[in-house]
Unconditional design. Structure first.
Lengths: 301, 438
């Protein structure tokens, strides 16, 4: 396989002059990456899997004991953890749906030629280039009931977005939508510009309406790339930490990543937090797999 | 080109050589603390030590929310980045039982520190377990919950008259929580953008717990028996529930959106002219008497935490002691520094710079009590303080308290009794898990 994929070295090149084969060059590129992945990703992953079956606490010098599935049993029967998962699910649904609608809508608006298109596109991309913690702090000010511009503009008086247990989660989701819609927009724009123009021309000749063109041509052709955006955003939203952590401490907005952080680094319950991390990992993997299956189906069409 | 490269390499080599030789000569000590004004005062103070001895002392800081995490990450790794740490009083349990702190009992007895430092500060910042006579820290920064208030609002004749007509007694600095509540209600005027009171509600670390426990203690409640770990009937006693109810009552009169507030917001409530009264640790009061940071500096007064219905009066303890990290390579040098730090003249200078000394002699002196508008209230408070759990698992215990009381205070869910019943049950389970009931 490798010998088929690799082209022969140019005999006049410097590498050839040094006596390197293309195999050597391939290894030069691949081995450092492999070593890095094994040392920093795979090894800790396996190590933490081991910890998840113990009562190990990183801040105690006492020896740890093997506790079997106790951590998993305790976590899965803990009402607090389940409420964290429900909160996270709500958050993922609201923020990802919002990003898809806003992002794709913006892409449709931008997918035509108009003056200063480049500048406007760049400006729209700015939110996702900021640090999430900074975005969280800014939005905290924007939501402020005393002097925040949001309540002023919408005439909401002193509605406390982040201190109200019912609205805190959605306030964070709105911030996430603001920050990450440009990402969906960018991918959608790439998808839209790849739709062959002649299909639209043919539809126009057939006097197809806007809605018909959109549902029969645009959407089917863009959907694979939209699904990729959906996968990325779902994974990211599931593990959101920084925005939510900086904006509110409402228990009704305590995402699973925040609970995990508290368990691991405030309570130093290392074994249990490893177990929780694995539960989260398995959930994310399951959801992503469903998406990928669906994506493959869409591509086959 | 080659010349440039050679000279650059030579330069780097020379710099490294000089750097190592300088390092070898000079002794350096690093003190780790949170990022706030007292840490700057401490740096100023220790510069004197450097001038006297030639030993360079650096106060390294990190923002409050990371303070605990960063310190314990270093401890767990047995790192020697810090020679001394000015740790929270709740850390004593973990610091001592897990071997992170050097045992200072001999040092304590040798210098008779029991007679030098205020009793409460020794009990909560230095000794662990309580009453054991084993000491792990030298009280460095005394601190507790106190209150600032708007003197001009309180002294306005029209307000005084209206208050007396409504409540039947004179408007003055509150001496009980019931009065504090009335005054908060009286000044709570959202249409004028004026609010009654600012309290702590941040539940990401110990902010809200400190505010709540001040009320619970003054109402005659307790968080539990720290010696036997008994919580049933203590944590969830009627008195404790009444204290928590009062805290929730006060939350009604806070400025809008007051759901994640700690010292910054509570000071802003005064500097922004938002609230009539504001709870805060004494350590955060210096900016309130400074005209550059508080436009109402002249009109800001201070008082100690009020009493509960039975006249009991307590305040939550903040503040920290300085401990020697057992993984430090400069332990001897650190002990020499502590000897200098406990000297009377050092403590006096510490107080002058703005540090809250725990030295009895300095605290009792008129010079100290009259130095600022809040020092007298601080002195009164330091003899009526109580602290949170200091067991090694305090972080878990704190998180459980936060999870149960926050939805009640800020979210209005359930009752105070339910929140404390749940807390007592959670704590019992946690203490059972750590074999505290032997």
């Amino acid at each position: 396989m490798a010998s088929v994929a690799l082209t022969n070295l140019d005999p006049a090149s410097r590498a050839a002059a040094r006596g390197w084969s293309d195999l050597t060059i391939r290894n030069l590129f691949i081995i450092p990456t492999l070593v890095f992945l094994i040392v920093f990703n795979i090894f800790p992953l396996i190590y933490s899997l081991g910890y998840s079956f113990t009562n190990f606490a990183a801040n105690r010098s006492e020896p740890w004991q093997f506790v079997g599935l106790q951590n998993y049993r305790e976590l899965l029967s803990d009402d607090h953890i389940w409420s964290n998962f429900v909160i996270t699910a709500k958050y993922v649904i609201v923020s990802v749906a919002g990003q898809m609608v806003v992002g794709f809508g913006l892409a449709l608006l931008l997918n035509r030629s108009f003056p200063m298109k480049g500048l406007i596109t760049t400006l729209l991309l700015l939110p996702m280039m900021m640090s999430a913690a900074v975005v969280g702090l800014f939005w905290q000010l924007l939501y402020s009931p005393s002097w925040g511009p949001i309540n002023y503009v919408f005439g909401l008086g002193d509605f406390a977005w982040l201190s109200n247990p019912d609205s805190a989660l959605y306030a964070v989701a709105i911030t996430d939508i603001w920050m990450w819609s440009p990402f969906v927009m960018l991918l959608s724009l790439a998808g839209l510009s790849a739709v062959p123009q002649h299909l639209y021309e043919a539809a126009a000749i057939d006097r197809a309406g806007w809605w018909y063109t959109f549902t029969r041509i645009t959407l089917p052709l863009v959907s694979p790339i939209l699904l990729i955006a959906l996968i990325f955003r779902t994974m990211e939203a599931f593990k959101t930490f920084d925005i939510a952590y900086t904006m509110t401490t409402q228990p009704t907005a305590e995402l699973i990543a925040i609970r995990l952080y508290k368990q691991a680094f405030q309570q130093w319950d290392t074994g249990k937090s490893c177990a929780l991390a694995y539960i989260v990992l398995i959930m994310v993997l399951a959801i992503t797999n469903l998406y990928v299956k669906y994506l493959n189906k869409v591509k086959e069409r | 080109m080659r010349k440039i490269v050679t000279s650059v390499i030579a330069g780097i080599g020379l710099a490294l050589a000089c750097g190592t030789s300088v390092r070898a000569q000079d002794k350096e000590l690093t003190i780790f603390w949170a990022e706030w004004d007292p840490a700057n005062y401490l740096q100023e103070l220790v510069n004197d030590y450097t001038a006297e001895t030639g030993v360079k002392v650096t106060v390294q800081t990190t923002p409050w929310p990371d303070f605990q995490t960063k310190a314990f990450t270093e401890f767990n790794a047995h790192g020697d980045a810090y020679d001394m740490v000015v740790g929270d009083s709740q850390w004593l349990g973990a610091g001592s039982t897990q071997g992170h702190y050097v045992d200072l009992t001999d040092f304590f007895n040798q210098h008779k520190l029991n007679d030098v430092m205020a009793p409460a500060t020794i009990k909560y910042y230095a000794e662990y377990p309580g009453g054991s006579g084993k000491y792990w820290a030298i009280p460095l920064e005394g601190d507790a919950i106190g209150w600032s208030y708007r003197k001009d609002w309180f002294e306005d004749p029209k307000e005084k008259e209206a208050f007396k007509a409504k409540y039947g007694y004179d408007l003055a600095v509150p001496t009980t929580y019931a009065q504090l509540r009335d005054i908060a209600e009286f000044f709570h005027r959202p249409d004028q953008k004026r609010y009654g009171v600012a309290i702590y509600t941040d539940n990401s670390y110990d902010a809200m717990a400190m505010g709540v426990e001040s009320a619970i203690f003054s109402y005659g409640g307790d968080l539990g028996d720290y010696a036997t770990y008994k919580v049933d009937g203590i944590t969830n006693s009627k008195e404790a529930a009444a204290g928590l109810d009062m805290y929730k009552e006060l939350y009604k009169f806070t400025p809008p959106g007051w759901g994640k507030t700690f010292f910054v917001e509570d000071n802003q409530a005064i500097t922004g002219g938002l609230a009539a009264m504001s709870m805060n640790f004494f350590a955060f009061f210096p900016p309130l008497v400074n005209k550059a940071t508080n436009p109402y500096a002249d009109a800001t007064g201070f008082f100690a935490n009020p009493a509960g219905p039975d006249g009991k009066r307590f305040a939550a303890l903040g503040g920290q002691g300085i401990s020697v990290v057992s993984y430090s390579k400069n332990k001897d040098e650190a002990m020499k520094f502590l000897e200098w730090f406990i000297k009377d003249e050092t403590q006096k200078k510490w107080a002058e710079l703005g540090g809250y000394t725990c030295s009895q002699a300095v605290l009792k002196s008129d010079a100290f009590q009259n130095a600022t508008p809040y020092n007298k209230a601080f002195y009164d408070t330091m003899f009526m303080v109580k602290d949170f759990w200091a067991t090694p698992e305090y972080a878990e215990v704190l998180d459980q308290l936060n999870q149960n009381i926050y939805p009640f205070v800020v979210g209005g869910k359930g009752t105070a009794q339910e929140a404390l019943d749940k807390t007592a049950a959670d704590w019992k389970a946690t203490f059972t898990k750590y074999n505290r009931y032997k």
